[in-house]
Design a protein around this ligand. Structure first.
Ligand SMILES: Cc1cc2nc3c(=O)[nH]c(=O)nc-3n(C[C@H](O)[C@H](O)[C@H](O)COP(=O)(O)O)c2cc1C
Length: 202
């Protein structure tokens, strides 16, 4: 798996998806992949960010994280997305980033990228699965290969059991309802493993 290049692309207002993205990055590196951790560019006005102290704190604390670019996607063999839920779908910051990839799509540069996605929401059934599926809809248009976790490891049964991708419920103070780190790590390893197989198949 040493040759696999993994891009972890996230959008987070208050840090949950950043944390999940960092876990995926660490697991990817431990598996021997070369990893880029990048964020979807923020689109909200400064006033909106400043109105929520947790958002403002996270925004300021992650200024040094590189913003995701088309080059990151073209470079990667595997891409893991982690995105906060907004009204039952992916946050618009991530959708905007996806929508900026028409150039890559047109030249077929996203075909056969091995992808998977993760999400969080404030309620147990607040739309985590729908957010992940909304991402997968766009990624299918790319011709990407979705490496959903399914129930490919026993860890799925103790981390919420979302076969579409790791998801978690998080309260307003940023407390996760359960420890999903093992699920994130499994998802990262699985995504890289499938990417390695696709690469070897070339
Ligand atoms: C505009 C907006 C819409 C949201 N919509 C939902 C929702 O549909 N369901 C839900 O459970 N939580 C919802 N939330 C809560 C976020 O999903 C939650 O704050 C987020 O998952 C935390 O992730 P982060 O720390 O990475 O930003 C919403 C939050 C905002 C600001």
């Amino acid at each position: 798996m040493e040759n696999v290049k993994l891009a972890v692309v996230y959008y987070s207002s208050t840090g949950t998806n950043y944390k999940m993205a960092e876990w995926a990055k660490a697991a990817g590196e431990a598996a021997g992949a070369e990893v880029r951790l990048v964020k979807a560019p923020e689109l909200a006005p400064e006033a909106a960010i400043a109105s929520n102290p947790a958002w403002k704190a996270h925004y300021d604390a992650t200024q040094d994280v590189q913003e995701a670019t088309s080059d990151d996607l073209e470079w990667a063999d595997a891409i893991i997305f982690s995105v906060a839920t907004r009204f039952g779908g992916m946050a618009s910051q991530m959708k905007q980033f996806l929508d900026m990839q028409g150039g890559l799509w047109a030249k077929g540069a996203l075909v056969n990228k091995v992808v998977s996605a993760m999400s969080s929401a404030q309620n147990d059934h607040g739309g985590q699965e729908a957010s992940i599926l909304s991402l997968y809809t766009s990624l299918m248009h790319w011709g990407a290969i979705i490496a959903a976790p399914g129930y490919s490891d026993p860890v799925l049964f103790t981390t919420g059991g979302n076969p579409y991708g790791t998801s978690v419920t998080v309260d307003e103070d940023g407390n996760m309802s359960r420890d999903v780190k093992p699920a994130v790590e499994h998802q990262a390893r699985r995504t890289i493993d499938i990417a390695a197989r696709v690469k070897a198949g070339n």
